[in-house]
Design a protein around this ligand. Structure first.
Ligand SMILES: Nc1nc2c([nH]c(=O)n2[C@@H]2O[C@H](COP(=O)(O)OP(=O)(O)OP(=O)(O)O)[C@@H](O)[C@H]2O)c(=O)[nH]1
Length: 136
């Protein structure tokens, strides 16, 4: 069997007081451009997943998250053409600062039962029912 590269990416569903979830649109020029995804990203060497998420949430949307406010919800496991993505999904309901697009991406606050109206990467589709169960 061919070797497949395993890529670990951490992602977070931020949830606001109205139980809406934050998604961000991948900018042009990146892989999967135009698709809506949960904020997050790849681990840097030696980095813990929670630290990655705290760093990415600050870089991408300018908020400060306390590690105690990150709770695991589920994970995605999906084979793309050139790698296999393993992506833990955390939820977070508390943060400091205002959510703002720091990298020119579009942001949307969406009810869980409307997430299917936004085109998401294939890895994300099985995550949606978990958010619906949690939030609807
Ligand atoms: N942050 C995030 N990444 C996701 C999601 N779903 C999903 O398939 N991914 C994939 O996980 C990887 C995340 O990488 P990244 O955001 O740190 O990296 P990047 O776009 O700079 O790198 P890339 O252009 O090489 O993919 C991408 O391949 C992205 O397509 C998601 O909901 N959130």
């Amino acid at each position: 069997m061919a070797n497949i590269k395993l890529t670990l990416v951490v992602a977070c569903a931020l949830i606001d007081a109205d139980k809406r979830v934050l998604i961000a649109q991948r900018p042009q020029g990146k892989s999967l451009a135009g698709l809506w995804e949960f904020p997050g990203g790849k681990l840097e060497p030696g980095e813990r997943p929670e630290a990655t998420l705290i760093r990415e949430l600050h870089e991408e949307i300018g908020i400060v998250v306390n590690e105690a406010c990150l709770a695991p919800l589920t994970f995605a496991s999906h084979t793309y053409d050139d790698f296999h993505l393993l992506m833990p999904l955390y939820i977070c309901r508390r943060w400091e600062g205002e959510v703002a697009a720091r990298e020119g991406q579009k942001l949307a606050w969406v009810r869980a039962n409307k997430l299917r109206d936004y085109k998401m990467p294939p890895a994300d589709i099985p995550l949606i029912p978990h958010l619906i169960d949690l939030l609807m």
